[in-house]
Design a protein around this ligand. Structure first.
Ligand code: AMP
Length: 282
């Protein structure tokens, strides 16, 4: 495995891979890799000739007062993990290479970027869409691997790829969880022992919603209030939002329908966690 800090070198390398007619699977990450990332890397490994992972804590997707500075960074461990998983190239760009002085082009998706998490993290998805666009243009992968854990991100990137005619397939893989249901996330490292124990409320609330739906409940408002009641029993938890939406424009729906998304963001102490589920009711 090679690690490539240089943007031009990576472009030259991917051009060569293309000339050799080999498939590139690409997994963009912000590092602090865990089993969630590993599942994407493993799938990419199985489905492609060449696997490229990027590790870049993208400043453009963090708002003022957010955790850019203290976002967990463990590059050495990450590189060792990538090596073990059979990654071919790890791209570790510098912030100054991605956003040199005078940088002024950003990608924003009307409507979608401002909903759910976007309403609480203005500019976040603009940063995400911009960095993914840049990475796609640098790497030219055949397939892009994303996690369902960040459902809105996956929807936004898929939309952008369609809208801007990027010649890349998107694979969205299921959320990897700990035994008690907590979705794996680099930010889980911020939780104290007590907070960690309480952080299962997100998954429990989603399970409650699924249970109510499987027993015939279709009223989004009622489902959301039951989820709120459950979460509010945990005194460390502060709900940012709970939403039941369709997956095209992420607009609220009054009645649950097959394929809709239930998403929530909850602060446990100071740590903001998100989770979601896609409903498969008939
Ligand atoms: P991040 O490093 O948090 O930007 O995540 C990089 C990629 O890994 C994104 O596509 C995430 O959706 C995905 N990912 C993060 N956590 C999980 C998880 N628990 N299960 C599956 N995919 C995940």
């Amino acid at each position: 495995m090679k690690f490539v800090p240089d943007l031009k070198k990576l472009s030259a390398l991917t051009a060569k891979i293309k000339r050799l007619k080999m498939d590139i699977g690409f997994v963009p990450t912000m590092g602090a890799l865990h089993e969630g990332h590993f599942s994407l890397i493993n799938k990419a490994r199985k489905e492609n000739d060449i696997v490229i992972v990027s590790i870049f804590v993208n400043p453009a997707q963090f708002g003022r007062g957010e955790d850019f500075k203290k976002y967990p960074r463990s590059f050495k461990k990450d590189i060792a993990a990538c090596r073990k998983l059979g990654v071919d190239f790890v791209f570790l760009p510098e912030k100054e290479d991605m956003y040199p002085q005078g940088y002024s082009t950003f990608i924003d998706l009307e409507g979608l970027s401002g909903r759910l998490c976007g309403a609480f993290r203005p500019g976040h998805f603009r940063g995400v869409a911009t960095v993914v666009t840049k990475l796609l243009n640098i790497i030219h992968p055949d397939t892009l691997y994303l996690g369902q854990k960040d459902a809105q991100q996956a929807i936004i990137i898929s939309r952008m790829i369609k809208d801007l005619n990027f010649p890349v397939k998107v694979r969205i893989l299921s959320t990897q969880r700990q035994k008690d249901g907590l979705a794996l996330s680099s930010r889980n490292a911020f939780l104290s022992k007590k907070e960690r124990a309480g952080a299962t409320v997100l998954f429990k609330a989603l399970q409650l919603a699924e249970f109510l739906i499987s027993n015939g409940q279709r009223d989004s408002g009622r489902i959301i209030s039951r989820m709120k009641e459950l979460i509010q029993k945990n005194k460390q938890a502060r709900i940012e939002y709970i939403a039941i939406v369709e997956t095209g424009q992420l607009k609220d729906i009054k009645k649950v329908e097959p394929g809709c998304l239930i998403a929530l963001a909850v602060k446990i102490g100071k740590t903001r966690l998100i989770d979601n589920t896609i409903i498969g009711c008939a």
